[in-house]
Design a protein around this ligand. Sequence first.
Ligand code: AMP
Length: 398
Amino acid sequence: MNVLVINCGSSSLKFQVINAVTEEMSAKGLCERIGIDGSRLVYQKTGGEKEITQAPMPDHKVAIKMVIDALMNPKTGVVKSLDEIGAVGHRIVHGGEKFASSTVINDEVIKAIEECSDLAPLHNPANLIGIRACSELMPGTPMVAVFDTAFHQTMPEEAFLYGIPYKYYQQDKIRRYGFHGTSHAYVSGRAAALMGEDISKLKLIVCHLGNGASVSAVKFGKSIDTSMGLTPLEGLIMGTRSGDLDPAILQFIANKYNKSIDEVMNILNKESGVFGLSEGLSSDFRDLEDSKNRGEDKGRRAMEAFAYRVAKYVGAYIAAMNGVDGICFTAGVGENSPIVRNLVCEHLGFMGVSIDQDANNQRGKEIVISEKSSRVKVMVIPTNEELAIARETYALVK
Ligand code: AMP
């Protein structure tokens, strides 16, 4: 069965077609600048060339119609008719406390996702637009919602509560939820397979280090803590997000520079992180590495602060799980930056972590990068959130 995996943002839409039985991807692509001038579809059949089509996309329905047409194109498409798409899997950012697992989408589920929108005002409404557009264009095709927050619903109260008046949790559900759950679940599962052990016996830490970044503690297959919170702003220093800080900084900057809360939030989300620490040089670690290699402070300081924060979370989660068997690096930076992995692991020598530099310099595959003598296994595991969504979708509709 072919599963169309959709990740719908406010002005973009990423998609993949995955055969859920062979787990092979037949096509992937991206609609950019939906609702904005200059919109375009980037489409690539597996093994084929990238095709770029410039065309107006006033809304997501037009964008999804273009995706469907590209998938059915007699020359470069991958299906003859829509009947060959057995299901659609939607990535949904926030499932609140309502969703602890993926679910088949019906009117009730759509209403519940709507009700979570105040927790993710930028993401859930865009995800819902994708669901509605697909259900209009592909009526009768079953759809599944896969939530970024669901995997972390196993966090205990002591980990998810903030130290603020309890009524804000009771009345408003202000608590830590965590994100990147599909990736943390997938990577911890692959780590157990690579270690040749049953996940129900392992204490694992997953460092999902991409433009957005989070760490999770996965004890015996369940997430017991993770670094992102009510929103994806908490935790690690990220590409452009600040991560943890003293909340009083908001008031300080607002008062001193005469800014509104929204303006300060924009600084914390879009102008901070390694981008801010490198004085606006870049949020991309390739640029930061080049800067560090040129001997500049900008790149060095941003990378060191980033790695220190990751290592602090790893240390905290070793305490939370009372031990650790494996530490995994994944996502854009985690998979591709030997330097960042070294910087993080330098802080972990105290517990017998040592890295095999030859293994650490390899790319693009699942690999153990710790030395045989290392007391804790350190691994690089490429994440595959789309495959994880296709698997969840297939499991629910087959
Ligand atoms: P993601 O959000 O997982 O797609 O990660 C994107 C980020 O990965 C980029 O912004 C870069 O910082 C980082 N990245 C991608 N390729 C490399 C590379 N070859 N070396 C270092 N960092 C990389």
